[in-house]
Design a protein around this ligand. Sequence first.
Ligand SMILES: [Fe+2]
Length: 385
Amino acid sequence: MPSFDFHCPTRIVHGPGRLPELGELARSLGDVERVMVVSDPGVVAAGHTARGIASLEQAGLQTRLFDGLRENPTTDHVDAGLAVAREFRPDAIIAIGGGSSMDCGKGVNFLYSCGGRMQDYWGVGKATGPLLPMIAVPTTSGTGSETQSFALISDAQSHRKMACGDKRAAFRVALLDPELTITQPPRVTALTGIDAIAHTLETLVTTKRNGMSAAFTREAWRLLSQGFPRVLAKPNDLTARSWMQLGACYAGLAIENSMLGAAHALANPLTASFGVVHGEAVGLMLPHVIRKNAAADGVPLAYQEVDAMISYPAGRDPDGAVEHLASFVTSLAAEAGLATRLADLDVPRERLPALAADATQQWTGTFNPLALSESDFLELYEAAY
Ligand SMILES: [Fe+2]
């Protein structure tokens, strides 16, 4: 396994009913008086944003809400947030919401603090100076953006998803209150949950995986593989919601330390070209990637280890672990009401070669345990069709 250099810049505060601590946590950032809150309209409607703002104001802070963003935030959403930031002049940014709010908040921070356009930060370590301190208050359990230094922002013109990463863009604090995740619409629970599952199974085997990422991956898998079926069956189960929230957060830490793989490389073109939602795309492609990656050195053993953590009838055959794990992911997607075949998503079969060409251009695919060619990606899309 590769060596590692682990540093978590994010203080993680977890527990049900802790949202009212947000004001004091913001105060703990230091010289902060003006706080910009970034939130999406669904989270605002659920009332979480207002409760967060009330806590900030009780702590004597001035606040300004920006809620002009949508799912898969684009450069247009970031620019709209930037205009608010320039007028309000915040000392800190707080994202209350799912991955879209967290990523948009990071995007606004890059441009407000360092200038330029979002495209200038595409890649790693492109910030030109310090960024404003940020707090994440996730309301979904999926992206793990709260413990990552990456902002995923789509180019509004080309629809290309840009991963903009810089250690300075990491949140100073992640406030994880599982009560906030109970109000997620069922489809959001499904889409974000399967994405978190994909994050564990991709980080498990990347070329950059190491002892530290493996520890986060394993614990994330233990929590998510048990928690996901439970929250699908019983959305108000706070214990299972807690497992999902922590699992997604640990998977975020695993990504930060080991990156992702081919399921994400295959999912991004489906989102960019056909608007397939990220979680659905990644959950659909992942089982096929698991089968393919089993040809890489050491990977079958890694799959066997996590497969053994799924409870199922005694007497199973460890040699069948890869297929069992792949089928388990498909059954979770089906249980969650998500598509399990590309043919069901209005993706024309004749477009698969163009998608495969696009998949080869995805940076995330470079960390897959097997180097995949355009024809490999096409084979995987065909298998998923
Ligand atoms: Fe993802």
